[in-house]
Structures are given as C-alpha cells and as structure tokens.
Write a protein that binds this ligand. Structure first.
Ligand SMILES: Cc1cc2nc3c(=O)[nH]c(=O)nc-3n(C[C@H](O)[C@H](O)[C@H](O)COP(=O)(O)O)c2cc1C
Length: 208
C-alpha cells in the first residue's frame, strides 16, 4: 500500500507517475493488493477483445516491463505470440487509483526471465502446467486436468519437472499509462506516453 500523502502527488505529473509505478511494484510483492492480479487484455483472432486476470510476477520500472506467467498452450499465447497490442487494467480502492496501461506484449519460452519465473514458482504453481489436455480444451466431464496422482497432495519437484515444457511468460512493454485518482476535493487524471527518442515519459493532465 502506498505511503505517499495525497497532497504530495495530486497536482504533480511526475510524482503521480512515480506513485503509479510504486502501486505496481507494491502490488507485485503484496498478494493482498488488488494490483497483484490485474486484468490483462489482448485481441483474439477475430479482432474481439479478450481479457483475463493474471498474477503480476515482476515489475521493471526502468525498462517499463511487466511480467506474467502463462501456460504455453493457453489461447492468449497464440493471440499474443511475438508481438501484439496489450492493455492492462487495475484498480486499487484504498489508494483510490485506477491504472490503464497499454503497450506491446510478447511471449517468451526460454531465457533468463523465463528461468527466473519458473524457479520462483511454487510446486503447486508448477503443477498447473501439467494439465492435460491443454487449458481451454472441451472435455466431457468436470476436471482439473491433472492426473489423479497429482491431486490432493503437495507435488514433488520430480513430478512437476516435466511441466517446464508447458511454461512461458508474457512480457508487457508499457508505452502508455493513464492514471485516474479519485479525490473528494476533485478527481485527477493524467496520461503518460513513452517517447522512445527522448527516452522519457511525455505527460499531460486530462479532465477526469
Ligand atoms: C486470481 C486469478 C489469477 C490468475 N492468474 C493467472 C496467471 O498468472 N496466468 C494465467 O495464464 N492465468 C491466470 N489466471 C486464469 C486466467 O484468468 C484465465 O482464465 C486463463 O489464463 C485462460 O485465459 P486464456 O484462455 O485467455 O489464455 C488467473 C485467474 C484468477 C482468477
């Protein structure tokens, strides 16, 4: 949860942006934060919006990257692939802040970032990637998709090791942030657009 006072950032574009990133960084660390589980939107193969809740696994403010875990066989992976428009929505009621982030998403299956997320996953978390058939498959009975040997008990590291081949990460490179802050005295809304040439955020106030 943020510790900054409202007065410190309410009328300051730079501090409001700092506050937005702090909420995300805190949300990654704090499982109870609403920003721990943002809504991630992409566009499906028919051009329709497609949203899902995902756990925020890493926030890299310097490189404007958010990182999520996914099953390689998931529908969103096919939708996003190596590059796709992505939008992330979160609202923190106690911080009275809505963040709408947009940018470019990509799926990675190999490399240090994927290895790091895999290593940080719990055995229960890793077990999810053993579901068979693939997530989203139509089946003729209710199922977790897990083999009965894997249900109802903590899985061993050996048992979950094969799940690594179904594991991937989604990297969202943020290019635009819209910050909305709800205040009794009057709401505030700001937009930040990343300027690649300048290597800086362009910022402007909007009417809420
Ligand atoms: C609290 C919560 C956290 C979730 N975390 C993830 C996650 O980190 N990664 C993920 O792929 N799906 C996660 N899901 C499931 C997705 O919301 C979604 O149902 C699933 O990924 C299938 O989406 P897709 O068909 O668009 O690929 C989570 C769901 C909930 C309710």
């Amino acid at each position: 949860m943020t510790t900054a006072t409202e007065e410190s950032f309410l009328n300051d574009l730079e501090l409001s942006l700092k506050e937005a990133w702090k909420l995300l960084i805190d949300g990654k660390k704090d499982r109870t934060s609403p920003l721990h589980t943002p809504v991630v939107a992409s566009v499906d193969s028919n051009g329709n919006p497609s949203q899902r809740v995902m756990v925020l696994r890493k926030v890299d403010r310097e490189n404007r990257l958010l990182r999520f875990n996914t099953d390689l066989r998931a529908t969103k992976v096919a939708e996003i692939g190596e590059q796709a428009a992505i939008s992330i929505l979160c609202y923190h009621p106690a911080a009275k802040t809505q963040l709408r982030l947009t940018g470019s998403g990509r799926i990675e299956t190999q490399g240090p970032a994927v290895d790091e997320n895999w290593e940080n996953a719990t055995l229960y978390g890793k077990r999810c990637y053993l579901a068979y058939p693939a997530p989203g498959s139509v089946v003729d009975r209710p199922t977790s998709g897990l083999h009965p040997d894997l249900e109802g008990q903590k899985p061993s590291a050996d048992k979950v090791a094969p799940a690594r081949s179904n594991f991937a990460i989604l990297l969202a490179e943020i290019e635009r942030i819209e910050w909305l802050y709800l205040a009794h005295t009057g709401h505030r809304r700001a937009r930040y657009i990343w300027d690649d040439d300048a290597g800086a955020w362009e910022s402007e106030w909007l009417v809420p």
